[in-house]
Design a protein. Structure first.
Length: 199
């Protein structure tokens, strides 16, 4: 008669078993990371198509023959850029990457890097006025700090003058001034009366 088969001793796992489990876990993580990267790259390919079409529309803006054509091309170009950013932000959100919304908040050195200041008569000092570069979070951690301009006490800066373009959509023309406004001497012939061309 044969007795029961001897069972292997059940003791603590050997170093070889621990190493094997560690290798298997690392291999699974690598496969998951490769799958995520592959998915992200596939999702970004339509964005490349959209940017290629945007470049084509930019060319249409440069060859526009009239103000109406230029306006139409500019609107289409703006819509393309908005669509490209929405597509990119959607893919980033799918990967738990979100843009920080810091304008109007108090500056936080853990999330923001101050690159400039502007006077503001009513906002508290250190309030974010604008983003020079958008910050992003990956989950709850900071992926990239926001570069911001913050308020300091003082008057608001003067807005930069914008020259109005001519009606034909060409270059803006400077305002004409008279010789007296430019403080130039009068021409010697300015005192003489011009002859009438009437006969």
């Amino acid at each position: 008669m044969t007795g029961p088969a001897p069972t292997a001793p059940t003791g603590p796992p050997s170093e070889l078993d621990k190493l094997r489990r560690r290798v298997e876990a690392l291999s699974r993580k690598r496969e998951e990371a490769e799958a995520r990267l592959h998915g992200l790259l596939n999702a970004l390919l339509p964005l490349d198509d959209l940017l290629g079409d945007t470049r084509r529309r930019t060319g249409a803006l440069h060859v526009a023959r009239s103000a109406r054509e230029a306006t139409s091309a500019a609107v289409a170009l703006s819509e393309q850029i908005d669509a490209a950013q929405r597509m990119l932000r959607g893919e980033l959100a799918r990967l738990d990457v979100t843009a920080m919304d810091v304008v109007g908040r108090a500056v936080d050195p853990a999330e923001m890097h101050v690159v400039g200041t502007e006077g503001h008569p009513s906002l508290p000092e250190g309030t974010v006025l604008k983003e020079q570069e958008t910050g992003f979070r990956l989950g709850a951690s900071v992926l990239r700090s926001a570069k911001v301009v913050i308020a300091v006490p003082g008057p608001a800066p003067e807005p930069e003058p914008v020259l109005a373009a001519s009606a034909g959509g060409g270059r803006a023309q400077p305002r004409r001034t008279t010789r007296s406004q430019r403080h130039l001497p009068r021409k010697p012939s300015a005192g003489r009366r011009r002859r009438s061309r009437r006969t």
